[in-house]
Design a protein around this ligand. Structure first.
Ligand code: NAD
Length: 363
């Protein structure tokens, strides 16, 4: 397995492989860039089919965190960790403690948060063996409600703020009364986003693979339930993907009728250049890693001293960052995803990959 020549390798500062035969732990931690501060990122547990797949995920996701934190104005670098295994079968307290000991060896260069396959409870178990875990302490949240560390409310609020900024930019309206929004995925974030939108007077259409999630939105927000095929093609103002990645692709983009895409799901673009296709179709895309940063902002403040008003104000800066991205995109005629990446790179020490260096020479 190649590391330095791996297609996803982007001058990562550190990639550590950990094993603990006693508990069966196999894990990789990647620190992409720490020029802004310690690398914070989720600890994912997944039954990867191959070592190659694990490495790809950890390299790609850790890099994404560098960009996300820089754009969220956080003094953090980007990192990610992955534990190889099925969380339903292989997760034990001993395994989580072993992971905690591994993190401790990194001396604070990487801080783990919950991610798919891990929970706040798992992070607390890791925390028996390390101080390098985040999002594990109960506090009063940014919204004045008790929080157990779950970042979803802050993610949903940040997405709502970002959606409003996108609507104002594209549709020239700040009042959401009667705004038509299709929400795909009514889980932790999608449900809360739908509530913000409903409270602001928007009309909602929803789809979730779980009928009970949809029923709740119909009952509480008067939302209209639609099918999987319909949700992205409705004649609405905004589509908010809040479930899966890769939903914006060659097939779906030409069918979108909405003029704005603004949702919390990670990796919405199937390929990076799909932001250009959205632009060609006259659709304003709020880059996912900018609009869904409320959670990491919340987790960061949980480690540094949580002041609810300060956190709320910080989450609201997502709107300002998106406004800057949208304005630059209009000015330069370039897609919002590219602009967001360039803005992030202005904020951390970026060492060009050989490919970028060649492009720069050619240009
Ligand atoms: P979740 O698991 O609570 O909710 C996802 C919802 O999507 C579930 O209700 C699920 O039934 C539904 N779903 C799954 N497949 C679907 C499909 N094909 N079509 C429609 N619905 C489908 O997860 P979440 O925490 O709400 O996160 C939602 C998205 O936002 C994910 O992509 C996640 O990576 C991203 N995100 C979440 C946070 C956070 O703080 N939770 C932060 C940043 C990004």
């Amino acid at each position: 397995m190649n590391v330095f020549s791996h297609p996803e390798f982007d001058n990562h500062e550190q990639v550590c492989f950990f094993t603990d035969p006693r508990t069966g732990l196999k894990a990789i931690v990647a620190v992409h860039n720490s020029s802004r501060g310690p690398a914070l990122g989720g600890c994912r547990m997944f039954p990867y089919a191959s070592d190659e797949e694990v490495l790809r995920d950890v390299l790609r996701l850790s890099k994404g965190m560098t960009y996300k934190s820089a754009l969220a104005n956080l003094d953090l670098g980007g990192g990610k960790s992955v534990i190889i295994g099925d969380p339903r079968q292989h997760k034990t307290e001993e395994l989580m403690e072993a992971m905690g000991r591994c993190l401790e060896q990194l001396g604070g260069r990487y801080i783990a948060a919950e991610d798919s396959g891990t929970s706040v409870a798992d992070l607390k178990v890791m925390g028996r063996c390390t101080t390098q875990v985040a999002g594990v302490s109960a506090h009063i949240g940014f919204d004045g409600k008790p929080s157990d560390g779950d970042p979803s409310p802050a993610t949903a609020y940040g997405t709502f703020v970002g959606l409003k900024a996108a609507v104002e930019h594209k549709l020239g309206r700040s009042d959401l009364t009667g705004l038509k929004v299709a929400v795909q995925g009514i889980g932790n974030v999608g449900y809360r986003l739908a509530r913000h939108l409903h409270e602001a007077g928007a009309q909602l259409w929803v789809y979730d693979i779980h009928q009970d999630q949809m029923d709740r939105a119909v009952k509480e927000f008067g939302a209209t339930p639609v099918s999987a095929d319909e949700i992205l093609r409705l004649p609405v103002d905004v589509v908010a993907p809040c479930a899966l990645g890769a939903v914006l692709n060659d097939a779906s983009i030409p069918q979108l009728q909405a003029k704005v895409v603004a949702g919390a799901a990670n990796n919405q673009l199937e390929r990076p250049d799909h932001d250009a296709l959205l632009m060609q179709h006259g659709i304003l895309y709020a880059p996912d890693f900018v609009i869904n940063a409320g959670g990491i902002i919340d987790v960061f403040h949980g480690r540094t001293g949580y002041e609810p008003d300060k956190v709320r104000a910080h989450v609201e800066t997502i709107g300002d960052t998106l406004n800057e991205i949208f304005s630059r995109s209009d000015r330069d005629g370039r897609p919002t995803g590219i602009i967001a990446n360039a803005l992030a790179e202005e904020r951390f020490d970026h060492i060009p990959t050989p490919g970028e260096a060649n492009l720069a020479k050619a240009g």
